[in-house]
Design a protein. Structure first.
Length: 213
């Protein structure tokens, strides 16, 4: 049986221990790290390279969910499940947008177990829907701050198309496409085409573009 390796980050010691005890009771899960300190947790994730990170959105009695979940999503190649008592729909939506694959309420550990199994599925339909939601959200924001012509170029850049290919597809002069790309770099704050994906995560988190739309 393949074992799922998990790191648990929870600001409350009681909930941390309860969650870990529950998951340890099943042979399919291995808790490779746990902590109530987010900074320590980041190091644990780097060292242990878990399959899944279960993270609370309250640390030191502060709601830090969007910031912390976004940081984990940007830095590490792991699946993130938020496990919290917070039920505000806007907070839950923000967690999904910045990279969480699921959101579970703390008083239902059976639901958390099911969530882990679901997230680990190949071609998880929930993950596909969440990714589509993120893409739609990002494109709606970007469309508000750039011209329609720039938006066409932006969408093709996301597919990995090169400048010459974009010019051919849009039937535009290559120098015109170059000008659009240079303007996009300034507006969206990326230097190289390869940075577009990480730039999009910053858009979601509100790190950039706060005053631009």
């Amino acid at each position: 049986m393949e074992v799922t390796r998990i790191v648990v980050l929870d600001g409350e010691k009681k909930h941390l221990e309860k969650t870990c005890r529950f998951l340890k009771s099943f042979g399919e899960f291995s808790i490779v790290g746990k902590t109530t300190d987010f900074s320590v947790g980041v190091n644990l994730i780097y060292q242990k390279q878990p399959d899944i990170v279960i993270v609370d959105i309250y640390f030191n009695d502060q709601l830090v969910g969007k910031t912390y979940v976004g940081e984990l999503s940007r830095k590490y190649d792991c699946k993130i499940i938020v496990h919290s008592l917070q039920t505000d729909p806007e907070v839950i939506k923000e967690c999904f947008l910045v990279g969480a694959l699921d959101y579970c309420i703390k008083n239902d550990l059976e639901l958390l177990r099911f969530s882990i199994k679901k997230v680990m599925m190949k071609n998880n339909p929930s993950a596909i829907l969440i990714e589509a939601m993120r893409n739609s959200y990002i494109e709606n924001i970007v469309a508000k701050i750039i011209s329609p012509s720039q938006f066409e170029v932006y969408k093709l850049l996301k597919t990995g198309a090169k400048r010459r290919e974009i010019a051919e597809i849009l039937n535009k002069d290559e120098n015109t496409i170059k000008q659009h790309i240079n303007k996009l770099r300034k507006i969206l704050e990326f230097k190289h085409i390869s940075e577009v994906a990480s730039m999009e995560k910053k858009i979601i988190e509100g790190i950039i573009l706060r005053e631009k739309y």
